[in-house]
Write a protein that binds this ligand. Structure first.
Ligand SMILES: *[C@@H]1O[C@H](CO)[C@@H](O)[C@H](O)[C@H]1NC(C)=O
Ligand SMILES: *[C@@H]1O[C@H](CO)[C@@H](O)[C@H](O)[C@H]1NC(C)=O
Ligand SMILES: *[C@@H]1O[C@H](CO)[C@@H](O)[C@H](O)[C@H]1NC(C)=O
Ligand SMILES: *[C@@H]1O[C@H](CO)[C@@H](O)[C@H](O)[C@H]1NC(C)=O
Ligand SMILES: CC(=O)N[C@H]1CO[C@H](CO)[C@@H](O)[C@@H]1O
Length: 470
């Protein structure tokens, strides 16, 4: 069915093929609608311009070869026998490891490469005696296989997704047959492994890192992950995703020559918004409840300031999130989160026209745990981002983080608590009760304690960063 679609449709549907000068109306009209279209041209993470109508993106995995220092294994997800495949530190010190890093691969589904990247970032931090780094930290890179392109590479109980990008959105797998588990469930299961004190008695910090395609999953995961077990602290780091999942129908772009909601009817559908989100194996909450989870967690949004190519998703749903460059989408997202939460953060110079956002300060109390780190010299490259001083801080620092770049005119302001945050009440659903627990244990209050320190840290870090960037 995918192959039967005429090439002309692809040429129109894919902005890169239509050319940068394609009028916005054309870009917006051709939002993929049917499942067969969705499979082929889902979003620009699937780079059809290079590969033609048959998406062979990420095909060149060949035989599975675990990079030196790792092994290829799999971990149960749920109770139905399914497993998530992963590259894993070969000889982990399970008894003494205090930290685990779950590194999500990018759009090419190259878990092996991402395992190596994270492992070498860790090794160099250990070598440099970077404060707080555990030399026994365990590195895992889950492998989200595609049933279209990775046949023969996954075992019969291992999860795989048909659409090569479905895993990025947290959608359900379609292998093994009949499974309803999602990539979100798979990450939840990995965290549960490390929270099992009988296997990892010393484990304290689990960090989920996603960049680019992995950043898309990482951003959504930070909102919809189940509340983690209380014996581990989870940090969620998402870098440079092409799009975020907005909690409301508001969008930063009002310039209709860039994109318009009117001609982009799917702008709020799941992956871009919460419409049609099917939930995870622990159930479905409201967008307000997911917002509360997101802001009460240790979430670090990492943006490469040089990430300004019109790469990544160029559908109108993504363009409405801040235009062509991922950087602006991310900066707009920061503005959005802070405005919804009514924080005291200075948003001077941040892009995004949000004129009439709802006031969700009843959920935040004016305080969010989410932090933004902008790495001035980094492009769209996980290694560059996480080897930088700020990227390393995001990965390894406890307490305050350097904020990195800020627009001119921006000033550090102290956090200002408006009132004690309520819980995302939705008395009509059991979801409300679950979120109470998340809010209470999660800690908008821990965010409150951390935030004022950010400014001090950034001041202290500046000369240091200057040296490193030379
Ligand atoms: C460490 O724990 C994992 C399970 O999480 C297990 O597969 C592995 O065999 C353990 N390794 C050692 C050396 O105990
Ligand atoms: C934001 O609004 C201003 C004023 O209406 C407009 O000039 C600008 O193009 C808008 N920006 C975007 C990204 O929509
Ligand atoms: C590790 O967990 C502690 C809480 O136990 C937290 O304060 C700290 O920021 C975490 N460190 C990282 C790097 O996530
Ligand atoms: C409460 O939950 C229901 C079902 O999930 C949803 O339709 C409704 O919009 C929610 N109400 C609020 C105020 O969030
Ligand atoms: C804060 C920031 O980066 N603003 C920039 C967003 O992107 C637009 C267009 O690329 C620039 O004009 C802004 O300066």
């Amino acid at each position: 069915m995918r192959l039967a679609l005429p090439l002309a449709l692809f040429a129109l549907a894919v902005p890169a093929l239509a050319g940068p000068s394609a009028p916005p109306a054309v870009r917006q009209m051709l939002v993929p609608r049917s499942r067969s279209q969705r499979l082929a041209v889902r979003d620009a993470s699937t780079d059809m311009s290079k590969l033609g109508p048959e998406n062979t993106e990420g095909e060149a995995h060949g035989e599975i070869r675990a990079p030196s220092g790792s092994r290829f294994t799999s971990v149960p997800v749920g109770s139905g026998g399914e497993e998530i495949a992963a590259y894993w530190t070969r000889n982990p010190a399970n008894d003494t490891a205090t930290q685990a890093y779950i590194m999500i691969h990018g759009k090419l589904r190259d878990g092996d490469g991402y395992w190596s990247t994270m492992n070498s970032i860790l090794a160099s931090a250990v070598k440099d005696d970077y404060p707080g780094v555990d030399e026994n930290a365990i590195v895992i890179a889950p492998q989200f296989f595609s049933t279209l392109l990775n046949q023969g590479q996954y075992g019969e109980s291992e999860l795989a997704w048909d659409d090569t990008n479905a895993w990025q959105a947290g959608d359900p797998a379609n292998h093994p047959a009949g499974t309803t588990l999602t990539s979100i469930d798979a990450l939840d299961a990995l965290i549960d492994v490390f929270a099992d004190a009988s296997r990892y008695p010393a484990m304290r910090n689990v960090t989920v890192v996603g960049h680019g395609g992995g950043g898309q999953l990482g951003q959504r995961y930070a909102s919809v992950a189940k509340p983690p077990p209380s014996n581990v602290h989870v940090r969620y780091i998402h870098g440079d995703p092409s799009s975020c999942a907005y909690f409301t129908e508001d969008r930063p772009v009002t310039d209709i020559s860039i994109a318009s909601k009117v001609t982009c009817p799917t702008y709020n559908d799941w992956r871009y918004g919460f419409k049609g989100f099917a939930g995870t194996s622990v159930g479905l909450k409201t967008p307000r409840e997911y917002f509360q989870q997101y802001i009460s967690r240790d979430v670090v949004s990492v943006v490469g300031y040089q990430d300004t190519d019109a790469g990544g998703d160029q559908y109108c749903m993504a363009l409405l999130q801040g235009g062509e460059a991922r950087r602006d989408r991310n900066l707009s997202w920061w503005k959005y989160i802070n405005m919804l939460a009514k924080t005291n953060e200075d948003l001077t110079g941040f892009p995004g026209n949000f004129s009439a956002l709802p006031d969700w300060s009843d959920l935040s109390g004016g305080i969010i745990g989410t932090r933004l780190v902008v790495i001035e010299d980094a492009d769209h490259d996980a290694e560059e981002v996480f080897s930088s001083a700020e990227g390393r801080a995001a990965l390894f620092d406890t307490g305050s983080l350097p904020v990195g770049w800020r627009p001119s005119g921006w000033r550090q302001r102290p956090a200002r608590k408006l009132k004690s945050p309520a819980t995302a009440t939705n008395s009509s659903s059991a979801a409300g009760a679950r979120s109470t627990t998340a809010g209470a244990s999660g800690g908008a209050s821990s965010g409150a304690a951390k935030l004022p320190a950010v400014g001090v840290a950034s001041l202290l870090a500046l000369p240091f960063l200057g040296m490193l960037l030379l």
